[in-house]
Ligand binder design. Sequence first.
Ligand code: GAL
Length: 409
Amino acid sequence: MKTLKLATALVASVALPAAAFATDLEVTHWWTSGGEAAAVAELAKAFDASGDKWIDGAIAGGGGTARPIMISRITGGDPMGATQFNHGQQALELVEAGLMLDLTDVAEANNWKEVVFPPSLLDACTVDGRIYCAPVNIHSPEWLWLSNKAYADAGIPVPTNWNEFVETAPQLEAAGKIPLALGNQPWQSNLAFGAISIAVAGLDVWKQVNVEKNMDVAAGPEYAAVFQAVADARKLAAKSTVQDWNQATNLVITGEAGGQIMGDWAQGEFQVANQVAGTDYTCLPGLGLNAYLSTGGDAFYFPKNKSADVEEAQKRLAALLVSPEVQVAFNLKKGSLPIRGDVDLAAANDCMKKGLELLAQGNLVPSGDMAWSPDVQKQNEDLLVEFWKTDMAPEVAHQQWVANLKSGL
Ligand code: GAL
């Protein structure tokens, strides 16, 4: 009888830890393309393997659609366990309203202040000295992705920079290709404008306008050249009729289009299509002109929940997202750079290696994206949509763009 009691106690002790940890967490995000889904699967796999359960809450339509849904659920008393936002101030009001879980104890227990690089990513999670998010990646929008097949079909060399891309575009068109693939959502043409600005005007001029707010420079010849370059680009994208960014990436993957200006999350699509960087496609950070990267990307926030079990599981997930193993597995699939410098990315492909090199060199665009008020940003986003979609003269768009900036001074 004694043996049976001992055996029963042993089984119970073995069973208990798994049962104690098995908490479901609903995680919302807007990663629904092939590459993004493959990357999310790495996060879910790691969380499930740790004994908890990832309940996937993917929201289609991109960040512009997903964020309002996330925010209304949190403010409406129907919080998810964790949710994606971009680095920056998108969740600031929710934190200030006391709706988000303080992760400072997790950050301290796991030395986030020492391991997260660049430190600006953790600064973006910090409000009044407390940490409220787990950064998960670094994405940069300033890339030109080129289809080696499209250029081979046209019998011309793959361009090494934006200027060559524009110069050889007529030969691509003669070969039946769409020179520039572009999806039909405002954030995509806005992203292309931002990338062309730094590539054509250079980082110094970009900083004079977006950080020092020098309106004479904004109205000057360097930005006149930017608006002319955007006018060139819109002609090259005229036959790109797709909607979503990953549909535009697919035009490059299949060789129907020569190139796409898009963030390095496009890498995930090339990977899912089993394409090899350098062989099947070519990546040009800074469009091959001024190789600087802005440290955009994503972080997870944890809305306060009523249950202590959920809060413990939220903290376990936060720690897991920043862990070296998950950082490698997730970022390799996502096409983004890890948020810590102490991980071994031996499997990084040519494009990720270019990004890591720029990160190590400090070729980073300052986070001036917060330099302008949401109102000015919205005015200029609307202006740029009209400029990309109509035959508005570049000098007219340039003048209006400067006037919008001046309204925010
Ligand atoms: C960005 C996000 C990336 C990528 C992209 C397209 O905001 O940081 O992870 O998913 O949207 O959906």
